[in-house]
Every structure is written in C-alpha cells, then in structure tokens.
Design a protein around this ligand. Sequence first.
Ligand code: S3P
Length: 172
Amino acid sequence: GSKCLFDTNIALIGFMGTGKSTISGYLKDMLALKEVDVDAMIVKNENMAIKDIFAKHGEEYFRTCESEAILSLKDCKQSVISCGGGAVIREENVTNLKKTSQIVLLTASPETILSRVKESEERPILNGNMNVDFIKELMAKRADYYYKAADVIIETDHKDVSQICEELLAAL
Ligand code: S3P
C-alpha cells in the first residue's frame, strides 16, 4: 500500500452481513487501533435506534445523519472505521472517507449474507425482505458503488476471521 497505517485509517465497507463489525473488532485488537462504528455514532447523535430512525424519519434522513457522521471523522486517525452497508451510495461519503482512510470492501455471497443477517431485527432495509432474491437485487444495484469506492477487496465466504484479517493486512 501507499500509505502507512499510522497515517491512515482502515474504513470497512460492504453489504450488510459481510462481517464489517466482526472484522473491525479483530483489526482493532491486532493493530491497537481505535474502533469507530458509523452506525453507532448515528445512534448516539440521534439518541435513537437505527430502525427507529428509519421508521420515524425515513431513509433519506438516515442517509443525511450518516453523511454528517462520516464528515465528522475528518480528523480521525489510527482507527478502523466500520461503515453502514449503504454509506458509499453517496459519493460525498466516499470522497470524505478517502481523505483519511484506505477503503476495504468486504464481500460475501447473497446466501452467506442471508445466513448471517436472518435473525437480525436491526436491519430496516431488509424488513419484510429477508430472502436471497432481494439481497441479490439490492447487491446488484449497489455493486458499482462498492467496487468503485474500494482500494482493496476481500471475499469473506467460507473463511474464518483470522484468515480474512491476514489477507486484508497483506493487501494494504
Ligand atoms: C444499511 C446497513 C446498516 C445500517 C442501516 C442501512 C444499508 O449497516 O447502516 O440499517 O442500507 O445497507 P450494516 O451494514 O452494519 O448492517
């Protein structure tokens, strides 16, 4: 990679259920980084759960909160930043993340994603849409955004966390 890890953050992007939070926890421990979770920032700022923000204010409002949270990370250093699955739909977020971070895209098959998220009640986007076809469709709609934003791409299907982290660090 071009930048040293002391100067730049690792920003994890990817569809829901690609393992961003899990990988973030491991990288934080392995590299002694700070851990920043954009969804958690939004919950704190709004004092409301993600699903309640969607229910009360709708997706566009949530996206605005998300953009503000990402913008506020402009002085963030030595951190692993875990982004919500829709964060890179807005180009400004990609631009802002790129200023401070290497962007790592985590991927998984729709089947794997479904198995990881199916018990989740915290994913309003998948409410009533907990099936492989919906996940496939949304993934296809978002694919360009994900691949365009990514500096590094790591496939996570059938791999354990340590293997994923090893690949990720080798790729940076
Ligand atoms: C979303 C993903 C969620 C959260 C919100 C919207 C999305 O984050 O930001 O529910 O649009 O893909 P995770 O990817 O951490 O589940």
